[in-house]
Design a protein around this ligand. Structure first.
Ligand code: GBH
Length: 460
C-alpha cells in the first residue's frame, strides 16, 4: 500500500521544510499575455527540431490562470513550502528599462495566495527564461554587463515582493544554463563555445554576487541562496586516465561553482588547463561572488561517469550517464528513470558529505530531487510505484547525511506537477501531480498521496 514503508526520519528536525518545486517557463503558459516579453526559450522552441516532438512552452500547465486550483492541490499535498521562479520577461519585457506592472501584480497575487494557504514561497529569480531582448543586445550572459542588469532586475522584484517573500534564490543551476545553452547547444540559446561556457558561468556568478548585495541592503530579514546542481562523478574504469578524467570533470561541472562561491577562487587545475578559454576574472569579482550565503540550494538527481578521450579537443574527457538509451530500464540490478538517469540514492549522501567535509558544512536545502517515470493512469488513479521508491530511497539518504552531521534543513521534490521538460518537451513527467494536457485536468499521483502522508507523519 502507498502508506507502507516510510523511511525512518529520526535525524531530521521537526522544523525541517518539506516542499515541491517548479519554474515559470515550465508551467505558466500565457507567454503572450499581460505584457510579457519573449524569452530565449520561446525563440529556441520556434525551431521544431530543438524540442522533442516540436513541443513549445505553451500552453504548458496554464498555471498562469489555474494557480488558485494548483495551490489547493499543494494544500492537499501538505506542502509547507513551494519553490517557484519569476519570469524575467514578465517584469521587464525587454529585459531592462520599462517595468511591466502587470507582471509584478501577477506574482503578488500568487505569493499572497500561497501565504494565505499557509505555504512559504521560495522564489528563484532566474531559471533560464532570459528575455530575448537581452540576448539580442548583449548575447545574454556572454556579456559581462549582464551581471549588473541581472542585479537591477533582482532589486526590482525584491522591492515589489520583499514584504511577502523572505526566501530568495538568485539563480537556478548556472552550470546547466552555461553548459547546455552555450557549450553543448541542447538548451537555449543553443551555442557551442568553450570560452562562451566559461564566460557565461562567471558572469552569472558575478550577477549572483551583485544581486545578493542588493537584496541584503533592501531586506534585512531576507534569506538568500543560490541553487546548484551537484552530480557525483565516477571514473568509467579503474584505469589511471579515467580517474584523472573523473577528477577533472568534477572541477568542470561541480567545483566550478562551489569553489568561487564558498572558497573565493576557481579550481586551480581547471584554470591552468583552460587558460586559453578563461574569461577576465578580477580579485574584486571573486570577493563579490564569495559572500556569505544563508543557505546553499542543491539540485541532485543522478550520477555520471567520466572517461579519458584524447580526441576531444582541450577537455580530453567525456562525461555521461551510464550507457543506456533515454528510457526506463533495469539492467544488471541498476535502475534507470525515463530520462535514462541512473537511480543511485547514495549519491545524495555523497554530495552532502562532500559539502560537509570540503566546503565547511554550509546550510543546505535540497531545492530539487525527483524522477521521470512512465505513469500508469487507470480509472482516474495514477499509479507510480517507481517514483515512490525513488523518493523514499533519496529521502532516506538525506536523513542519513543529517545523522552524520550535514546541515540540511529542507527538501523540495521536482516537481509539483508534470510540466514542460525543456528539450524533452511534455513527454517526460516528473510531477507528484499528473497533468492531462488535452483537458488540463490534474490528478494527484500515488506518489503525491505518499508524500503528503510522509509530511504529516513527520510533523506529528
Ligand atoms: C533540473 O536540471 C532543472 O532545474 C529543472 O528545471 C528540470 O526540469 C529538472 O532538473 C529535470 O530535468 O548523467 O544523464 O545520468 C537538472 C540537470 C539533470 C544535470 C541530471 C545532471 C545527470 C543525469 N541535471 N544530470 S545523467
Amino acid at each position: 500500500s502507498i502508506t507502507a514503508g516510510f523511511p525512518d526520519l529520526d535525524a531530521l528536525p521537526k522544523d525541517f521544510i518539506w516542499g515541491a518545486a517548479t519554474s515559470a517557463l515550465q508551467i505558466e503558459g500565457a507567454t503572450g499575455l499581460d505584457g510579457r516579453g519573449r524569452s530565449i526559450w520561446d525563440t529556441f522552441s520556434d525551431r521544431r527540431s530543438n524540442i522533442r516532438a516540436g513541443d513549445r512552452p505553451e500552453p504548458a500547465c496554464e498555471h498562469y490562470h489555474r494557480y488558485p486550483q494548483d495551490i489547493r492541490l499543494m494544500q492537499q499535498l501538505n506542502l509547507q513550502a513551494y519553490r517557484l521562479s519569476i519570469a524575467w520577461p514578465r517584469i521587464f519585457p525587454k529585459g531592462r528599462g520599462r517595468i511591466n506592472q502587470a507582471g509584478l501584480d501577477y506574482y503578488k497575487r500568487l505569493t499572497d495566495r500561497l501565504l494565505n494557504a499557509g505555504i512559504r514561497p521560495f522564489v528563484t529569480l532566474f531559471h533560464w527564461d532570459l528575455p530575448q531582448s537581452l540576448y539580442d543586445s548583449h548575447r545574454g550572459f556572454l556579456h559581462r554587463d549582464m551581471a549588473a542588469i541581472f542585479a537591477d532586475y533582482a532589486e526590482t522584484v525584491v522591492r515589489a515582493l520583499g514584504d511577502r517573500v523572505t526566501d530568495w534564490i538568485t539563480m537556478n543551476e548556472p552550470f546547466e544554463h552555461a553548459a547546455l545553452g552555450h557549450l553543448t547547444g541542447h538548451h537555449a540559446p543553443g551555442h557551442h563555445s568553450l570560452s562562451g561556457y566559461f564566460k557565461v558561468m562567471h558572469h552569472q556568478l558575478l550577477g549572483h554576487g551583485l544581486a545578493l548585495q542588493r537584496i541584503r541592503a533592501l531586506q534585512p530579514d531576507a534569506r538568500v541562496g543560490i541553487t546548484l546542481s551537484q552530480t557525483p562523478i565516477q571514473p568509467a574504469s579503474d584505469r589511471q586516465r579515467d580517474q584523472w578524467a573523473a577528477g577533472f570533470a568534477n572541477q568542470l561541472i561541480n567545483r566550478i561553482t562551489l569553489h568561487p562561491l564558498l572558497k573565493g577562487e576557481y579550481p586551480e587545475e581547471l584554470q591552468r588547463r583552460m587558460r586559453w578559454f578563461w574569461p577576465e576574472v578580477t580579485a574584486a569579482d571573486l570577493d563579490c561572488i564569495h559572500q556569505p550565503l544563508d543557505f546553499l540550494g542543491i539540485n541532485h538527481y543522478s550520477c555520471e561517469f567520466a572517461s579519458y578521450r584524447w580526441y576531444i579537443p582541450f577537455l580530453r574527457c567525456w562525461i555521461s550517464g551510464a550507457a543506456v538509451a533515454e528510457q526506463e530500464a533495469e539492467i544488471d540490478g541498476r535502475r534507470y528513470t525515463a530520462m535514462g538517469w541512473e537511480v543511485r540514492p547514495e549519491g545524495m549522501a555523497e554530495v552532502l558529505r562532500m559539502l560537509r567535509q570540503e566546503y565547511g558544512n554550509p546550510e543546505v536545502i535540497i531545492t530539487e530531487n525527483g524522477a521521470a517515470f512512465e505513469d500508469h493512469v487507470i480509472n482516474g488513479r495514477v499509479s507510480d510505484p517507481k517514483r515512490i521508491d525513488y523518493l523514499r530511497d533519496y529521502i532516506t539518504e538525506v536523513n542519513r547525511a543529517r545523522a552524520e552531521g550535514s546541515h540540511v534543513t529542507g527538501y523540495f521534490v521536482w516537481s509539483l506537477m508534470d510540466n514542460f521538460e525543456w528539450a524533452a518537451g511534455y513527454q517526460k513527467r516528473f510531477g507528484l501531480i499528473h497533468v492531462d494536457y488535452a483537458s488540463q485536468r490534474r490528478t494527484i499521483k500515488d506518489s503525491g498521496y505518499w508524500y503528503a502522508r510522509l509530511i504529516a507523519e513527520h510533523k506529528r
